[in-house]
Design a protein around this ligand. Structure first.
Ligand code: PMP
Length: 286
């Protein structure tokens, strides 16, 4: 069934939606995006995604075309028009169409291009993978130095995902200077005793919206949280490992580079954090 998508103020059948060949998102990956989950027809962690969108745009000196209230209205409209119960809203804002190719940014008269579409995923929160966990491999992190900006330059994460697929596993953990940065499209964690360990925020990783929520819930649940670097060897020797992202929520990781983590089965902490995250964010969904 054809979706209704949003392009620059218009709601259109997906076949009729168009963006210029000169759009800087297309030519230069000069754009940012957000993925927001929908559960029971409501937006999960919407405020966090809106705040990060504003930050990504501002770091790139790009105009934010809408207020948070306007964004919420557009998100709700696209969810309603597509009848999404469980799934995702994808939002992309690019520096727009200057009418030609040029490395220099165009003047502010060139308006950003705004695209939204939905992806319906019935049963998103009941993913069978959450019961068995993911297997991951490690590969070098050769991405650029501003991973805190959520740009649409996703070629290396795609290559990493393909390397994982070829290796017969679910995802790849990226390693720089001997330490895990994050997964291809998620933040990475290990658990040792009562402690959750994850890399501290910096330009090296995306500041996950799910990460912020999970760390807050972990502290409230009397878990200790340590924000520091860890190696693949430390992760393989941990009691548990997991990842977080807006679309996978909290997903256990049971194997890293062929070595079982802990018992090699889904752990107690990851399972508990997934339950808490889903319960609390459903309650706060808009
Ligand atoms: N790191 C990277 C590289 C990502 O692409 C994502 C998801 N877009 C995340 C972390 C997780 O962020 P969030 O919890 O906001 O989805």
């Amino acid at each position: 069934m054809s979706r209704t998508v949003y392009v620059n103020g218009e709601y259109l059948p997906e076949e009729e939606a168009k963006v210029s060949v000169f759009d800087r998102g297309f030519l230069m990956a000069d754009g940012v995006y957000e993925v927001t989950s929908v559960l029971d027809g409501k937006l999960i962690d919407f405020a966090g995604h809106c705040t990060r969108l504003a930050r990504s745009l501002s770091e790139l000196e790009m105009q934010n075309p809408h207020s948070d209230e306007d964004w919420l209205a557009i998100f709700r409209e696209i969810v309603a028009r597509n009848g999404v119960e469980d799934g995702m809203v994808y939002l992309q804002v690019t520096r727009g169409n200057p009418g030609d190719r040029d490395f220099a940014y165009p003047s502010d008269d060139v308006k950003p291009t705004v695209v939204l579409f939905t992806q319906s995923k019935p049963g998103l929160a009941d993913s069978p993978a959450a019961k068995t966990g993911w297997k991951v491999i490690s590969i070098p992190d050769v991405r650029w130095g501003r991973r805190d900006i959520k740009t649409v330059q996703l070629l290396y994460p795609s290559m990493a995902k393909m390397a994982a697929k070829k290796a017969g596993v679910d995802d790849a953990w990226l390693v720089e200077d001997g330490f895990v940065t994050e997964g291809t499209s998620n933040n990475a964690y290990i658990v040792k005793g009562n402690k959750i360990i994850t890399r501290a925020l910096s330009h090296d990783i995306l500041h996950g919206i799910t990460r912020a929520a999970v760390l807050r819930f972990a502290s409230e649940a009397q878990m200790e949280v340590e924000e520091r670097n860890f190696t693949i060897a430390e992760a393989q020797a941990a009691d548990e490992a997991f990842i977080t992202s807006a679309s996978a929520f909290v997903m256990p990781v049971v194997e890293i580079d062929g070595a079982a983590v802990g018992t090699g089965t889904v752990g107690r902490v990851a399972t508990r954090m997934r339950e808490i995250y889903l319960d609390e964010t459903r309650k706060a969904a808009v």
